[in-house]
Design a protein around this ligand. Structure first.
Ligand SMILES: [Zn+2]
Length: 312
């Protein structure tokens, strides 16, 4: 999907709704009241009616658009931008592109989509050989804490901890992978509260197959990993060797940092996970090409919006 295709395929609200409905029907509409999957489509009211209990739901209900008042076209422009741009873009940019008066709903729309991207990736676990390490991302501290800190003459930044996992297979002899001894598969990044073993353990069991092998440093946070996967190979890694021993987690961390810093200037810790979702989602689908737009649509009809935010 390029910009010209987008403009010709979806010139108005009705063409977007038609496509949206096609994807909802394909995924299967479920009645939130009785769980039935059989529905009538009531075209006059633009809603589904359950064949069993007659409960009605709109086209947007129980999808990422749940509760949204914004035109379908805005969403489609966002699907396009999110899947066709290699980097990212700010809510300000999308607001300009669609010409909407208010910033807040556009900003929320993007976060809802980033949350759906995260949910999509959570359906898959990493497997094989996995590099694991922590990254520290600079985020803005909360307003209350900022004033308190500034009084002490400190900056307004804090570091959010992120657990990074990357499938990483040794390159076999004769394989062409430029300058690398390992090739990367899928990656995952999760904001964590602390570096306690318990915290790391639960992320690892949630996101890594038990048959996997994990490579990491010998931090005490990782003492239980050998019980959670087939093999854990902790190593003492001198600082200058980290990029050699765990190349892909470090490439992922530095690329994500650069990207986030260049686009989002007020990175708040509570939204960092969503930005990481977008980064990982795009990374994991880097070879999808044209299919990305459709995949985004599938994720958008599949996951009900649960994004909550408070206005500061
Ligand atoms: Zn029903």
């Amino acid at each position: 999907m390029n910009l010209l295709n987008l403009a010709t395929s979806f010139p108005d609200e009705s063409s977007c709704k038609l496509k949206w409905k096609e994807y909802r029907d394909k995924q299967g509409v479920v009645c939130p009241h009785c769980g039935s999957k059989a529905h009538y489509w009531k075209s006059d009211k633009e809603c589904y009616e359950c064949k069993t209990c007659h409960y009605r739901q709109s086209l947007r209900s129980n999808t990422i658009m749940h509760g949204s008042q914004l035109p379908f076209r805005y969403w489609f422009v966002a699907f396009h931008l999110l899947t066709s741009t290699k980097k990212s873009f700010s809510a300000k940019e999308l607001q300009r592109q669609v010409g909407h008066k208010f910033y807040e709903p556009i900003w929320a729309l993007l976060h809802k989509l980033r949350a759906a991207m995260g949910k999509r990736d959570e359906e898959y676990k990493l497997s094989g050989i996995i590099e694991l390490d922590e990254g520290f991302f600079s985020t803005e501290i909360e307003e209350e804490r900022k004033t308190e800190k500034l009084k002490r003459g400190r900056g307004s930044q804090k570091k959010s901890k992120v657990l990074v996992m990357a499938e990483s297979t040794p390159v076999e002899e004769g394989e062409k992978v430029k300058d690398k001894s390992r090739k990367v598969g899928h990656i995952k990044m999760y904001v964590i509260e602390d570096l306690k073993a318990k915290t790391i353990d639960s992320k690892v069991s949630d996101h890594i197959e038990t048959t996997s092998t994990i490579d990491s440093d010998n931090s005490t946070s990782y003492t239980n990993l050998r019980k959670l996967v087939a093999e854990h190979r902790p190593k003492v890694i001198p600082k200058e060797d980290v990029e050699k021993v765990l190349p892909w987690v470090h490439i992922a961390i530095s690329n994500a940092k650069r990207l986030l810093l260049s686009v989002f200037h007020d990175l708040k810790p509570e939204y960092l996970q969503n930005y990481l979702n977008e980064y990982c989602y795009k990374f994991n689908r880097r070879y999808f090409g044209e299919r990305q737009f459709d995949r985004m649509l599938i994720a958008a009809v599949t996951y009900k919006n649960e994004f909550r935010y408070h206005i500061r």
